[in-house]
Design a binder for this molecule. Structure first.
Ligand SMILES: CC(C)(COP(=O)(O)OP(=O)(O)OC[C@H]1O[C@@H](n2cnc3c(N)ncnc32)[C@H](O)[C@@H]1OP(=O)(O)O)[C@@H](O)C(=O)NCCC(=O)NCCS
Length: 194
């Protein structure tokens, strides 16, 4: 059996913070080894860390939609809330090791159901790749990793919503179009309608 060096500090990457020095959202071994193997050596995939506020997490998400900066304390309170629910919230990031900055992100939320024999469904959310590195298969790797986590959690399906223009991307990731999305926005003034 071959072992994969997943998170060793090296002299080559003096700025990079390895997993064992971070407070992570979930155990890094949850991420499929195959996805790690496919990444360029300058890139590292890992769970979200409590200090990723300082590694451009919100800036990368801003390619997806308008992002308001909650500040570090509120960011970390949200991180703690997500981590408090076991086996439910998985947000992962791809980090550029030379700069220790995040270049791609994505999440899968595990819905634990009473239906389908206590089945579970994975909901993929908030996929974003830094525009400077789009088109290099990082979006694909994020989806592969999240789908792998969802399936390892025993989910019988993994689903997501997307705009028409992103349908070809998700088809390349192995997803097929199914049914429709419905939405009801909160009418309270100031509520985002995104
Ligand atoms: C959509 C997004 C996540 C794709 O990530 P990416 O790293 O640029 O895409 P990848 O390089 O992994 O693409 C994988 C495959 O999908 C194709 N693809 C990606 N985006 C595509 C698009 N909009 N239309 C058609 N094909 C697309 C790529 O050409 C590639 O195909 P190939 O395997 O034949 O070469 C990224 O462009 C992004 O962050 N966009 C802005 C935010 C966003 O829209 N997020 C999704 C919300 S649902």
């Amino acid at each position: 059996m071959t072992s994969v060096p997943v998170s060793s500090p090296t002299q080559e990457y003096p700025n990079w913070t390895p997993d064992h020095s971070l407070d992570l959202l979930f155990h890094p071994d949850t991420i499929p080894v195959q996805v790690r193997r496919e990444l360029h050596q300058d890139l590292h995939v890992r769970p979200l860390a409590r200090t990723d506020y300082n590694r451009s997490h919100l800036s990368v998400l801003s390619v997806l939609t308008v992002v308001t900066d909650p500040g570090l304390a509120a960011y970390q309170a949200r991180f703690d809330l997500l981590r408090a629910a076991p086996r439910t919230n998985y947000t992962l990031v791809i980090v550029d090791k030379p700069t220790d900055q995040i270049v791609a992100v994505g999440s899968v939320f595990i819905e634990h159901k009473f239906l389908r024999g206590l089945g579970s469904v994975g909901h993929i959310e908030d996929i974003a790749v830094n525009p400077k590195v789009q088109g290099k298969k990082l979006g694909l790797r994020v989806i592969q990793a999240l789908t792998g986590i969802s399936e390892r959690e025993g989910c019988y399906k993994t689903i997501l919503n997307c705009s028409d223009k992103n349908i070809p991307f998700y088809e390349k990731c192995g997803y097929v179009k199914k049914e429709n999305e419905m939405a009801k926005y909160n009418e309270r003034p100031g509520t985002p309608k995104l």
